[in-house]
Design a protein around this ligand. Structure first.
Ligand code: ACM
Length: 681
């Protein structure tokens, strides 16, 4: 039974990539996230300059704006000079090439209906949604459907019935470790909308910065931000921009720990006497609010009343993570309070604090959400647990009937592969949860923590990998063909650039700066096979602070180095088939790398900033030479000399050492090529 089901699903996904047009020619669909249901039809809707579009529905304001953006992107992509620049309502709906319809204006609430149907026939395209938000999701699908042939651009005939698997599909952006100006947030909201994500989790306070103008307590932004904060006007602008795209904006004010920047202006609220300064290092620090003082709650009462008015979302994220409790342990007054109130430990004291904050939020009509540390029995059941430390917290909360979202496995700051994130499922097929318990899992969020990103590099850490996470959270769980995900990710990545995202474009600019305007080609060849160190390893190799440059080689290096990945796949193919075609491709790359150091050395000699990767570049050339020798030996059928083997082992060992905070991503493949020569397979 299980097998049959799997086969049917596979057939369904395989069918997705084949649409047969009138002449029997195959057209691949490149949708991401893959919709819940797609049926291909015959024929194509041709896009021409006479293309028109119209919308029908109550109060179509949001859709009129989305429609204008659609037309702009459509004409930008195709070069077609449409006579229509904006969406008219009503009157031309029947005759328009694209007709949009919806029943009601969607609310920005968890679980709002985002479903849509998209029907494309040679004569007409229609998108129908229960809400305008659903139609907006459909418009993005439409933009991903555009194909081209020798007759021009078209939309393949298709019938799509789509809805999200999870209602909460978020991206956290930490604007505290490094500030991110409004335009960065806006272009990333566009990216989120393109892949149907619906929550911007705005991490607004940290040890290293308080980023919101606060009128009740102006010293928060005045003393806690180096002048790098959002005015309330800007906050409203971002919220409206997100709302236009059907995206909720949920603020996070991380308390009681991670709070140094608050205490710079208000040291009297801390668990230890000040003064305090904005933290410039990364890690977990001692400054914490004093949860035993009346003044603390008086402060938060006023603070959250102001922030409630500013942020319309029904949820307020209070953080609650990584409170080390040191200030509480060392403060005799806090200790006396705990004794008096029978509070046994810091966890219980934080629970006491959370309860009082919860009361404040509830009075303001807000629901609370916090990192998994806030979880404790007895919390009201409408509080959301945000699991970051592991899937156990996720399952634990769901079993106890608490709504929960997952970020563990979606930490995009750790520079893991898109595949790693893609296969991280909030509800994997072997989940031990009951169907009832599974309903408490609302979805997940990619987390863009800000220690090692600048406005220049943030996009390249978010995109395109976050599109794979977006698919995990939107598409049916059975959609998990990794090679096909990578194929589509490449295409979507290019499309994301049309929204002003800089994830691809900025690398060339950064390389030009690194070479001082000299030829970037040799540097590009090296960077194409390196990736930044993963996990927290970058912090082990070097002490970074808020002032450290984020303009070095590592910052221009990308996660999921594409050329390295292709080389690894090619080596696998060659080892299986020993075919001439694969061998030729491998030879071409290895020869390029072998000769690269000589060319790059000339540039490094004039660009001291690149000195840190000089020996890495040299190692790439040596490893490539080894690869070429291994290929020759393999095809000649000769055995390698023991001295050759020993020498090569040393070369590979040295090449595996990270330099300049990056690592070479082709070494495992070179080892595979050399393995049979050692009598291993
Ligand atoms: C976290 O990463 N401390 C939520």
């Amino acid at each position: 039974m299980k097998k049959d089901k799997t086969r049917i699903l596979f057939t369904l996904w395989a069918a997705l990539f084949l649409t047969i047009n009138g002449s029997g020619e195959e057209v691949k669909l490149n949708l991401m996230p893959i919709p819940a249901k797609v049926v291909q039809k015959e024929g194509k809707f041709r896009l021409t300059e006479t293309f028109t579009a119209a919308v029908k529905g109550p109060a179509p304001g949001r859709l009129l704006k989305a429609g204008a953006r659609l037309l702009h992107r459509l004409s930008g992509r195709t070069g077609l000079f449409f006579s229509q620049g904006n969406f008219p309502t009503g009157e031309n709906w029947e005759s328009a090439g694209l007709g949009l319809t919806f029943k009601r204006v969607g609310r920005l609430k968890v679980g709002e209906d985002e479903s849509y149907t998209l029907t494309a026939a040679p004569e007409r395209v229609e998108i129908v949604g229960e809400t305008d938000i659903g139609v907006i999701r459909g418009l993005e699908t439409l933009l991903q459907l555009i194909g081209a042939d020798d007759r021009g651009y078209f939309i393949p005939a298709v019938e799509i019935n789509d809805r999200p698997r999870f209602p909460w599909r978020g991206l956290l952006i930490d604007v505290c470790r490094h500030f991110q100006p409004v335009e960065v947030i806006k272009r990333n909201l566009d990216g989120m909308c393109a892949v149907k994500m619906n929550v911007l989790h705005w991490h607004l306070s940290e040890d290293q910065g308080f980023r919101v103008e606060c009128k009740s307590f102006p010293k928060l932004h005045q003393l806690g931000s180096d002048g790098l904060y959002y005015t309330q006007e800007q906050i409203r602008e971002v919220i409206a921009y997100a709302a236009d795209r059907g995206i909720r904006v949920m603020p996070e004010f991380d308390i009681p720990g991670h709070s140094t920047s608050w205490l710079v202006g208000y040291p009297e609220l801390a668990g230890a006497a000040g003064p305090y300064e904005i933290e410039r290092r990364w890690g977990i620090f001692d400054p914490t609010f004093d949860p035993t003082r009346k003044a603390t709650y008086k402060f938060f009462k006023k603070f959250f009343a102001e922030m409630t008015a500013l942020f319309p979302d029904e949820y307020m994220h209070i953080g609650g993570d990584e409170n080390n409790g040191k200030q509480w342990d060392a403060n005799p007054k806090i200790q006396a309070f705990m004794k008096k109130h029978n509070i046994p430990d810091n966890h219980a004291l934080q629970a006491y604090f959370n309860k009082r904050i919860l009361a404040i939020l509830t009075r303001n009509g807000k629901k609370m959400i916090g990192w998994d540390e806030i979880f404790q029995p007895g919390l009201p059941k409408n509080i959301i647990i945000h699991s970051w430390r592991g899937q156990e917290a996720l399952k634990g909360a769901a079993k106890k009937g608490y709504p929960v979202i997952l970020s563990n496995g979606y930490y995009i700051d750790l520079v893991q592969s898109a595949e790693y994130h893609y296969l991280n499922d909030p509800i994997p097929p072997d989940s031990p949860l009951t169907e009832e318990e599974k309903k408490f899992i609302l979805g997940g969020e990619a987390t863009m923590w800000g220690e090692l990103i600048s406005p220049e590099t943030i996009d390249s850490r978010i995109w395109p990998r976050t599109a794979a996470i977006a698919e995990r959270l939107w598409s049916p769980g059975q959609v998990k063909d990794v090679p096909d995900m990578y194929r589509r990710l490449e295409i979507i990545s290019l499309q994301l650039e049309e929204l002003g995202l800089l994830h691809k474009k900025n690398q060339a600019m950064m390389l030009r700066r690194l070479t001082g305007g000299r030829d970037i080609h040799p540097l590009k060849i090296l960077i194409d096979v390196t990736e930044p160190l993963k996990g927290y390893k970058r912090h082990q190799g070097r002490v970074y602070t808020q002032f450290s440059p984020l303009t070095c080689f590592v910052d221009a290096a990308l996660p999921d180095a594409k050329v390295a990945g292709e080389f690894r796949r090619q080596v696998d193919l060659y080892m299986q088939n020993r075919d001439e075609k694969s061998k030729k491709k491998l030879r071409r790359l290895l020869t390029l790398w072998e000769g690269n150091h000589k060319r790059l050395k000339v540039i490094i000699d004039q660009s001291p900033i690149l000195k840190e990767i000089e020996s890495l570049s040299e190692d790439l050339s040596r490893v490539a030479q080894l690869g070429l020798e291994a290929l020759d030996l393999l095809s000649s059928g000769k055995k390698a000399e023991p001295t050759w083997i020993e020498e090569k082992k040393e070369i590979l060992k040295k090449a595996a050492l990270p330099r300049g905070q990056v690592e070479l991503m082709i070494l495992s493949a070179i080892e595979k090529l050399a393995a049979p020569l050692r009598g291993e397979t």
